[in-house]
Design a protein around this ligand. Structure first.
Ligand SMILES: C[S@@+](CC[C@H](N)C(=O)[O-])C[C@H]1O[C@@H](n2cnc3c(N)ncnc32)[C@H](O)[C@@H]1O
Length: 240
């Protein structure tokens, strides 16, 4: 799959590009929410779409953690950071780990990669099959349809002694799909490379997401003040 190859190729630059992200602070917010909402007695946590394992580095202080992602290259990086942690290479829509967790997290808008609400239903069904009664799901969504604007330019810069990266895109949308068409310029001692990396993310209406949670037997709420006010967090407890 072409998209998968591109994710893999750029996986090595992920932590450099997102070095500004406050993973420790975000993990502390997740821990607080789990303590408040979780009703099951255990402490097994699965981070779905865990990427390079940055939240797990901090969550593992409090939980028996596992990670899952569709990118084998990102998981290789995660395994180097956390050699004792089990990682699963799988699709969040359809994985089957034959075990249940007390908490499932899916952060930094990874859920939007499933693109449609129909796929979101499949994903939630998969999460539900992997949760104990009273277990909690925390999802950091992408933007809802009314908050995503086309034609906005973005740029990120990595300025390290041995590598410079400039990543730029101009936001576009097709219906309720956001198109992030990233253009990279990557300078190393070998020279400057140009890479293009296209991501398509679903723009999900928050009310519709809450209705789907209810249909799948979760008690859910949207918390506006999540990691950022823009994206917020969904917190849902599986009925018990
Ligand atoms: C924006 S990154 C977030 C990674 C990590 N949670 C973080 O906060 O740094 C999105 C992640 O979703 C993963 N991903 C995309 N589609 C997926 C799918 N269908 N199943 C599992 N992981 C997926 C990508 O490989 C990538 O690691």
């Amino acid at each position: 799959m072409k998209t998968q190859r591109m994710y893999n190729e750029l996986a090595g630059y992920y932590d450099l590009i997102y070095s500004w992200k406050e993973y420790e602070k975000e993990a502390a917010i997740i821990h607080k929410l789990i303590r408040k909402y979780k009703k099951s007695p255990g402490n097994e946590l699965l981070d779905v779409a865990c990427g390079t394992g940055n939240h797990l580095r901090y969550l593992k202080k409090h939980y028996k953690v596992s990670g899952l992602d569709l990118s084998g290259e990102k998981l290789k990086i995660a395994k180097r950071k956390l050699p004792q942690v089990p990682f699963y290479l799988a699709n969040m829509m359809s994985f089957d780990l034959q075990r249940r967790f007390d908490s499932i997290t899916c952060l930094f808008s990874s859920i939007a990669y499933v693109k449609t609400l129909t796929n979101f239903k499949k994903t939630l069904d998969t999460f539900s099959r992997h949760l104990k009664p009273g277990g909690v799901v925390i999802i950091e969504p992408f933007l809802p349809p009314h908050k995503f604007y086309s034609g906005k330019p973005f740029a990120d810069l990595v300025d390290e002694p041995d590598i410079k990266i400039c990543r730029m895109n101009v936001s576009k949308r097709r219906g309720n799909t956001a198109i992030l068409d990233f253009h990279f310029l990557i300078a190393t001692k070998q020279g400057v490379r140009k890479v293009r990396d296209m991501h398509e993310l679903g723009l999900f209406d928050r009310q519709k997401v809450l209705t789907i949670f209810k249909k799948y037997d979760f008690k859910a709420k949207f918390i506006k003040q999540g990691f950022t006010n823009e994206r917020g967090l969904f917190v849902a407890v599986k009925n018990y």
